[in-house]
Write a protein that binds this ligand. Structure first.
Ligand code: FUB
Length: 465
């Protein structure tokens, strides 16, 4: 009975995913992500903007008010329903979506309907360099202007319709003035690492109710500012037989000339909790394949959820797997990186521990860091301890990253740490409620400096907006 329920739920999800996939227009175009404005092709000087939460096409000039310019500026981001399409986030944090065929601005609820209604696939527009936007769930329609209002109408094969539905992406009327987020859109739980001199970022894809996203993307950078999107590197649906959703908190480590991605996932039935798995690839940007065909740690094998894996490799070459939610565990990994001796698992839970263990070593001292409170709570924060071995014992040193309401920063946590090669320069990647108007399921990724005092203790981390 249980099996049948799970099977039909899987079928439902698979059908929806297949629908979304087949809905993606064939002549897909790629858009640059980041801040942009969208200018009409047949009414140059008029731009997509929102007014009273409705989409319009209005004139914007250098003399327009700051509000008008801001209302005509969007961040092109990863599609909320499909990574091969796009969503458009306004400066107030809301997204363009269609409802009753009118384009409007609303807050992302994270449910499947909203995400689909707010995801548009880019296809070639009427003139070179322009694009048309097809709703991912209605590929026969296009975003078009009619009486200078934005509607989602059935595409017509006429020159007028093609022009009314074509836009040029231009420089934004209101340029970005903040450092964050470092990757446009909704992502969380960033795992940052440096492989052969290049920085890689592996986040959870966010914006899904219940953190239900099924896939991971990889990003890379040489300067921690400009990031290249390498696309989807592992998708629970097709790639992992035992997980369908909840693609949470990946961590990648290089070893033996290969790349190992540790991750968590849940089954569509939702009745078995989260399992922890490991995938392998010959490249840090994947594609990754499930290494075992089964979880490395099954839900329920240890108390707390089997989530938030992280691997630290000591100077001896020995790698250790850390994970946990409520309880923090560590175990030495076998040389194959995909197995361990269960008898070696240790509980290293510090006071205040919630999840997101991260371990690194500096000047002979081991640092064990973690997140406290709930990721939906603005008091989500990062604390740490120091120790003399990867297994402890640990001495708690306190909280180093927490909310800064004066800067509009809430819930900074689930971080990771990276050292610039050949230096003593350290950075921390973490997520926080998206600024503005985010919450515990609409989070963004930031990167800031992490410094130490003369005694090797971590100075309070100053989050930049
Ligand atoms: O993103 C899903 C979950 O939220 C992570 O596994 C936790 O660490 C928390 O950030």
């Amino acid at each position: 009975m249980r099996r049948r329920t799970r099977t039909s739920a899987v079928l439902c999800l698979t059908t929806f995913a297949a629908l979304l996939l087949s809905a993606t227009p064939a002549s897909a175009a790629e858009l640059p992500t980041g801040a942009r404005s969208l200018e009409s092709v047949n009414f140059p000087g008029r731009y997509v903007r929102h007014q009273d939460y409705l989409g319009r096409l209005d004139a914007v000039t250098s003399g327009s008010t700051a509000q008008v310019k801001s209302d005509a500026t969007f961040t092109v981001v990863n599609g909320l329903a499909s990574p091969s399409c796009y969503s458009f986030q306004a400066r107030n944090g809301q997204f363009l979506r269609h409802l009753d065929w009118r384009v409007r601005l609303e807050t992302n609820t994270g449910d499947a309907t909203f995400r689909a209604d707010a995801t548009f696939c880019a296809v070639a527009g009427s003139v070179a360099g322009s694009v048309a936007l097809a709703p991912v769930n209605h590929p026969d329609r296009r975003v078009r202007h009619r009486n200078f209002e934005l509607w989602v109408d059935v595409a017509q094969d006429t020159a007028t319709f093609r022009a009314d539905s074509s836009f040029r992406l231009t420089a934004p009327w209101t340029p970005k003035t903040t450092r964050g987020p470092v990757i446009p859109g909704l992502f969380a739980d960033p795992h940052i690492t440096n492989i052969n001199g290049r920085y890689y970022l592996y986040p959870t894809t966010d914006g899904y109710a219940g953190w239900a996203s099924p896939y991971y993307k990889a990003f890379s950078s040489t300067d921690l500012v400009n990031w290249t999107d390498h696309g989807v590197i592992l998708n629970h649906g097709p790639d992992v037989s035992w997980a369908d959703n909840s693609a949470w908190a990946p961590a990648v480590v290089a070893k033996n000339g290969r790349y190992y991605l540790y991750f968590s996932g849940g089954a569509a039935s939702g009745d078995t909790g989260k399992h922890l798995g490991v995938a392998v690839s010959d490249s840090p940007t994947g594609p990754f394949r499930d290494a075992l065909g089964r979880p490395l740690i099954r839900a329920g094998a240890y108390s707390g959820q089997a989530i938030d894996p992280m691997v630290f490799t000591d100077d001896t070459g020995q790698s250790y797997l850390y994970w946990g939610n409520g309880t923090a565990y560590v175990v030495p990994l076998n040389a194959d990186m995909v197995s361990f001796d269960p008898a070696e698992v240790r509980d290293i839970t510090p006071v205040g521990y919630r999840e997101a263990s991260f371990v690194f070593k500096r000047n002979g001292t081991y640092y064990f860091m973690w997140s406290e409170n709930d990721t939906r709570d603005e008091d989500y924060r990062v604390a740490y301890a120091t120790g003399t071995s990867p297994l402890g014992p640990w001495t708690k040193r306190g909280v180093v990253l927490q909310k800064r309401l004066d800067l509009g920063i809430k819930g900074p946590g689930h971080h990771s740490v990276v050292k610039a090669p050949g230096s003593d320069t350290w950075h921390v990647a973490y997520h926080r409620f998206a600024v503005p108007a985010g919450n515990g399921a609409n989070r963004e990724v930031a990167v800031d400096r992490m410094t130490f005092d003369a005694n090797g203790l971590i100075n309070p981390i100053v989050p930049t907006p």
